[in-house]
Ligand binder design. Structure first.
Ligand code: DGJ
Length: 722
């Protein structure tokens, strides 16, 4: 990896693993983008410059007969001085004008600094470009980080008020990125509860194509991710650029096709319902955006993100460590449990390879259904005679670990906490609040609220020897308003909520480094890189039906590594869809992530117990491949009856292939599968078929998987280098 500055051509070239990014400081002092893509020589790339559609454009201020800022591929577009594209930044100056002109001042090459108060990738070498408006003193620093072990570039902007008066940020995005033409399609991941991260792909067009969240959460509706693909880009071939925000609150990502036929990407914190007052001397840090590059199609882009997040974002202590193989009581009991029932659930799996019992919602306060008790993090001794201690002692005596559910950001109207502190719940005085799952949200912009949450959760987990925490979040903000913010600061709410969330995560999660924390949000509604920084695994979806999970897990893997996806084997008929899928299929699909179980184990037959033992043994055999290996998606459940994926160790010595077929049929057409990701020159043994052949053979000559004869059938194959 290298960051090269050529003083003669004023060109910055960033070279990362399999990528190159270049821009130059043009004669106006404007950072003008030149190139982003596969590695190229450290040459003068200015020959690529071209101008089109400039006839009615303004000039830069005070300079006649020179193309306007609108004409240059931008590193950070700004508003009011001739650039009519989507600006990355818009300010209101003390005089009320909205002008700024951010031009090159200086640069530094540094070790990557942390963003204060927000998670970001670590490591890599960083270029900082200092831009300044010489008239009003407003400034921006652009950060670019490249890595030698993953094909991504991390970017962000820091805005600085170096003037003598208050400046209001109306928009403060993290980046602009210029693409050379408009021949792109945008892939995004949309969804809803129990249908998270499905795939959309549409062409860009003149004007703006955008996705966003206004929920103060990254949301199940649209993940904070877009990929820009060439129309002929496939899973295995072609250019793919991925854009992913390390952010958990309201965001926006945009692709704009300009009259000159170029495309500009931009985005960051959503400027809808946002502004931020910046006093003299203050800075505003924006969330990081991770930009992946691949010339090997969508699959290559996904592997770039997976590598980047495993090496530089997710907690190093846990990212590659063997995961708790848990039994969660939620779908087994919902709120209806007591100590004997929980102990029986644990007893039933003793010796089957399941090593952790997670006690889900309902152990605290007055909580026999979802209408009360949130916020009262006090063990309900009436329901759990002997307290959770009775369960924990029993589970520990079996040699298992114990996990506990919290929903720290919430409060029920019917709770002691709400009765004592109604002003701690987000809401506007004299207006009624929206309910969602009968609950309200706590105002994390307030320090006293955050201190309460940190103490309440820490007390329980410290006093009870808890090994694992599941952190849930089941609704989105409405009535954004805080008692503690001045009226002119109320539109800072959504970003301040994110900062508050990261503060309590720092103090609770990082404050208890030996406890394993799992993220959750009504299933997978807050599945983003910032959450992943604190939570090495996240509950992927409340839809645990194996058939539906093929789509949800396929879509999630477009950006996020398998190791982050929590995947459970649950009962059939499935509680969400009513589908009945084979027990083995449920395990095979759940094995493409951090596996667990979520069903009433006291009802297991002997046959099921034997199956679970085999499943957990199998999972432990392949867990390292799932946590650390490379993913190759072969058949998409979105456009076929099949879901086929391979996971291969980094050294290509072992691999597993998962083959799933939706429906059985008679006189069916032949389905052949070609393996992917093997070393073409090495010899492999395909265990299940007793076949020995070259990697190239398995990857080029397809074989017909032996699907069991049923609907929703799955079969697994293991390859070992010989
Ligand atoms: C939503 C989660 O996704 C479920 O797994 C479960 O924890 C419930 N909340 C509990 O209320």
């Amino acid at each position: 990896m290298a960051i090269i500055y050529n003083d003669k051509t004023k060109t910055f070239m960033l070279q990362g693993k399999d990528l190159c990014y270049a821009f130059w400081i043009n004669d106006l002092g404007y950072p003008e983008h030149l190139y982003f893509g596969s590695p190229v020589g450290a040459d003068d790339l200015r020959f690529t410059r071209a101008f089109g559609a400039t006839s009615t454009a303004a000039t830069p201020p005070g300079i006649d007969n020179v193309p306007s800022y609108n004409a240059y591929p931008s590193e950070l577009s700004f508003f009011g001085t001739g650039d009519y594209r989507e600006p990355a930044v818009q300010i209101v100056n003390p005089a009320g004008d909205r002008l700024c002109e951010l031009l090159f001042d200086s640069y530094d090459i540094v070790k990557k600094p942390k963003i204060s108060g927000m998670p970001s990738m670590d490591g890599g070498d960083t270029l900082v470009i200092h831009l300044k408006d010489k008239i009003n003193g407003f400034a921006a620093d652009l950060y670019y980080t490249v890595y030698d072990d993953c094909s991504v570039i991390a970017r962000r902007a820091v805005y600085k008020n170096l003037t003598s008066g208050d400046i209001r940020l109306e928009r403060a995005y993290s980046f602009s990125l210029a693409l050379p033409d408009r021949n792109y399609e945008m892939l995004s991941l949309y969804g809803v509860w129990a249908k998270e991260r499905h795939i959309d792909r549409i062409p860009v067009h003149h004007g703006v194509v955008s996705i966003d969240s206004k929920r103060t959460s990254s949301s199940a509706t649209l993940n904070p991710f877009i990929a820009m693909l060439r129309p002929d880009t496939t899973e295995t071939h072609g250019e793919a650029i991925g854009i992913n925000l390390v952010y958990s609150s309201s965001y926006v990502l945009k692709a704009e096709v300009n009259p000159d036929g170029t495309t500009q990407l931009t985005g960051g914190i959503n400027d809808f319902d946002f502004n931020w007052r910046l006093a003299p001397g203050e800075e505003f840090e924006t969330p990081e955006v991770v930009i992946a590059w691949s010339s090997d199609g969508i699959g290559g882009m996904s592997r770039a993100f997976h590598d980047a997040y495993r090496e530089h974002l997710i907690n190093k202590k846990y990212v590659k460590a063997s995961r708790p193989l848990l039994i969660n009581n939620w779908e087994a009991t919902y709120f209806n449990f007591d100590v004997p029932k929980l102990c029986a659930i644990a007893d039933a799996v003793n010796g089957l390879g399941i090593d952790t019992l997670v006690l889900d919602d309902g152990w605290f306060g007055k909580r026999d259904n979802d209408s009360s008790g949130l916020g009262d993090w006090v063990v309900n001794d009436k329901k759990l005679v002997g307290g959770i201690k009775a369960v924990i002692d029993h589970v520990h005596s079996l040699g298992m670990k114990f996990g506990l559910w919290f929903e720290p950001e919430m409060v029920s109207e019917d709770s002691d906490l709400f009765r004592a502190h109604p002003e701690w719940a987000i809401g506007v005085p004299n207006r009624k609040r929206c309910y969602s799952r009968h609950q309200f949200m706590l105002d994390l912009t307030r320090k006293d609220v955050r201190d309460y949450i940190v103490k309440a959760v820490s007390d329980i987990i410290e006093q009870n020897n808890v090994d694992y925490v599941k952190w849930d979040y089941n609704r989105n903000v409405t009535e954004s308003w805080s008692y503690c913010l001045e009226p002119e600061r109320q539109m800072e709410f959504a970003h301040r909520y994110a900062l508050g969330l990261y503060d309590i995560c720092e103090r609770i999660v990082n404050g208890h480094p030996d406890i394993f924390f799992e993220g959750c949000s009504a299933g997978g509604a807050r599945f983003d890189p910032a959450i992943m920084h604190y939570f090495p695994q996240i509950w992927t979806s409340d839809d645990s039906d194996a058939e539906e999970r093929t789509k949800i897990q396929y879509g999630t893997s477009i950006v996020y590594p398998l190791s982050v996806m929590s995947c459970h084997v649950s009962v059939c008929p499935n509680h969400q869809t009513g589908h009945t899928t084979p027990f083995d299929t449920r395990a095979i699909i759940a094995h493409l992530g951090a596996t667990g179980y979520e069903l009433d184990t006291t009802k297991f037959t002997d046959e099921e117990k034997a199956a679970v033992k085999l499943q957990t043994e199998e999972y432990h055999k392949i867990e390292d491949i799932v946590l650390e290996g490379d993913l190759y998606r072969i058949d998409s459940p979105f456009d076929s009856e099949f879901f086929t994926e391979a996971v291969v160790t980094k050294d290509k010595s072992r691999a597993e292939l998962i083959c799933y077929r939706r429906f059985a049929s008679v006189n069916n057409e032949i389905k052949r599968v070609k393996m992917a990701g093997l070393d073409p020159d090495a010899e492999y043994m395909l265990e299940e078929k007793g076949l020995r052949a070259k990697g190239s053979t398995f990857m080029n000559v397809g074989f017909a998987p032996s699907y069991p004869h049923s609907d929703f059938a799955a079969v697994k194959y293991h390859f070992t280098k010989v």
